[in-house]
Design a protein around this ligand. Structure first.
Ligand SMILES: [Zn+2]
Length: 342
């Protein structure tokens, strides 16, 4: 756990046990939650990019707890229906971004055990292996080196597991603040002989796996663009092409309509009103960001800017309790407006 996560976890624990959360929940809980995950891994695997990875055992623990606490686990379409016609019980719907093969091999068995529907947002480039997934390369670089130098950013000592995870988080965050760092990162990866295509090949769903996943009754396939760019930095025509081509690709492979979309990266520097409008005019029914928030009736007017709650490998009873009660929004906004859109 990184230091900010440790602080957040301590705040959540204090909120959970102080009774503060009950008071805040009434305002911030909303009607339900869209949980966001990426890759599901074996419990004892080490990954520098741990922010993308959740152990299968932790996912099952979360699902068991949700069932015990009588949350309804619903499909994405059902979650949207419930914005208009609320039922008494709170609901959760699960989403997984990018198109990791482990969503089929490691997530699905756990989701089946708890009859939990989920949506997988798939980038075309994952399936075709053409995605320029510099973040896979960065993780591989950090994994195989005790010392990493990124020109323009600095030197990162990463000889042990915690420092490797800190280095990954620091470099990835720096890129998202300044995408002009990417050429230096690509050059560093090339110098180290790191082949992104081979990494994608070992991580991503194949066409056959995508077809299998999409045919499963618990699974909805959603769009996640063709090349996984930062859409906010593309032209309107490119943004439109990214989303439309990806949908056509997924529909052709799965033989099913693709009605839901997720913006790559999903933060405020990567998508905004322009992307929501393009997505809406393309005919997607909904789109999700990674802005942190719960679902409220007001989101019927913001169906292309739906917030989510990210789950991590570090969830415990307190963090989960606080996330299910909207407390991350309460804290992040310093008790501001509960409804998050663009
Ligand atoms: Zn993504």
């Amino acid at each position: 756990m990184s230091l900010p996560e440790a602080i957040k976890s301590a705040v959540y624990t204090a909120a959970h046990f102080s009774g503060l959360s009950g008071a805040l929940a009434a305002r911030y809980r909303g009607r339900g939650t869209i949980f966001a995950l990426h890759s599901i891994v074996d419990d004892d695997e080490f990954h520098p990019d741990h922010t993308l990875r959740c152990p299968a055992g932790k996912l099952e623990w979360i699902l068991r707890r949700l069932r015990q606490q009588r949350f309804d686990l619903v499909t994405f379409d059902e979650a949207i229906e419930r914005l208009s016609t609320p039922v008494a019980r709170p609901f959760v719907t699960f989403t997984f971004d990018d198109g990791f093969a482990d969503n089929l091999t490691k997530a699905l068995p756990g989701m089946e055990k708890f009859a939990a529907p989920f949506t997988v947002y798939v980038s075309t480039g994952m399936v075709t292996r053409e995605i320029d997934a510099w973040w896979f390369g960065l993780a591989a670089l950090i994994r195989s080196h005790d010392d990493v130098v990124i020109p323009g950013l600095g030197r990162f000592h990463c000889a042990d597991a915690p420092s490797k995870q800190r280095a990954y988080v620091a470099i990835e965050a720096a890129v998202h603040k300044n995408f002009d760092l990417l050429p230096a990162i690509r050059a560093t990866l090339a110098d180290a002989g790191i082949q992104i295509r081979a990494l994608v090949d070992s991580e991503a769903l194949s066409e056959e796996q995508l077809r299998t996943l999409s045919a499963h009754p618990l699974v909805t396939i959603g769009g996640h663009t063709t090349t996984h760019p930062n859409l906010a930095r593309t032209t309107p025509a490119t943004a439109r092409w990214e989303m439309a081509q990806n949908r056509a690709f997924l529909e052709q492979i799965t033989g099913r309509p693709v009605n839901h979309n997720a913006y790559p990266f999903g933060h405020s520097g990567a998508c905004g009103d322009r992307e929501a409008e393009i997505c809406r005019t393309l005919g997607f029914r909904t789109a999700v960001t990674t802005r942190s928030g719960m679902l409220f009736a007001e989101h019927r007017r913001h169906l292309h800017a739906l917030p989510r709650i990210c789950l991590t490998r570090d969830e415990n009873p307190s963090t989960l309790h606080c996330k299910l009660n909207g407390l991350s929004r309460a804290f992040n906004s310093r008790l501001g407006h509960p409804v998050v859109a663009m």
